[in-house]
Design a protein around this ligand. Sequence first.
Ligand code: NAD
Length: 268
Amino acid sequence: MARRGAIGKGMGMHRGIGVAGIAGRMGRLVAEEALAAATKVTGGIDRPGAETPAGIAVLPDMAALAAISDVVVEFTHASSVQAHARAIAASQCAWVLGTTGLSPEDEAAVAEAAKHVAVVHAPNFSPGVNLVLALAEKMAAALPAETYDAEIVEMHHRQKVDAPSGTAVGMGRAVAKGRGVNLADVTESGRDGHTGARKTGAIGFAALRGGQVVGEHTLIFAAGTEHITLTHRAFDRRAFATGAVRAALWVQGRQPGLYSMMDVLGMT
Ligand code: NAD
């Protein structure tokens, strides 16, 4: 649950935005979009030896980056999340986390950090996807699980390392919430071989990988008499970078708490 906080001290961006994963596809775009929004980029961190964009200071670690930033925007790898959450919790710096593929332990570390600083954690920063998530919850509440089978199909570029995508899981969570169930109890993922018949109320996931697809997600409610599909296609990952910078400008100066992109967009 997101906690709404008043905008507190430090409302103005004094130091700027730090970028974790500065050499990555998303990190580079976040730095560009921050500069386009006339916001200072304090510096970045990445793996040793990574080729970072010219003109941006490279810091040794998250603690050093957080010490000089109002907000750190992070798109790295799930294996970094717990250590980074600890460094953020010990700082005065807000955190916008876009990394996907988090384990329950990673999620717990993020929630712990959010007790100390303001954190926006979103599997997808595009406004369109967040609207789709809101619609998915409403549709799931209206369409009985006994009649309407929910299936989620996603496709991404060949470099993506986690499946199903964070956004697909977000869609699954929205459907589960609309139905008043726990996603983990009803997930059917990666079907292969003799799986047996589909369980009533299951939420199914299928992941396709190939080419340079930025992100495609379709939610299908399939009944015997009709199908309803909701599709989102992202053509340019800049949509996520713009949203992440918007979240960074929104979150700095807020009370500690775990916020979603829905909070940033005023959709809650
Ligand atoms: P990428 O591989 O191009 O970039 C990741 C960067 O993080 C790399 O440069 C890597 O060296 C760096 N990195 C890894 N571990 C690090 C660490 N411990 N410290 C510092 N840097 C580290 O990947 P990408 O396409 O930019 O995606 C990154 C993550 O963001 C993935 O989890 C992806 O699924 C997610 N993503 C989320 C959204 C969203 O809207 N929330 C959108 C796109 C991608």
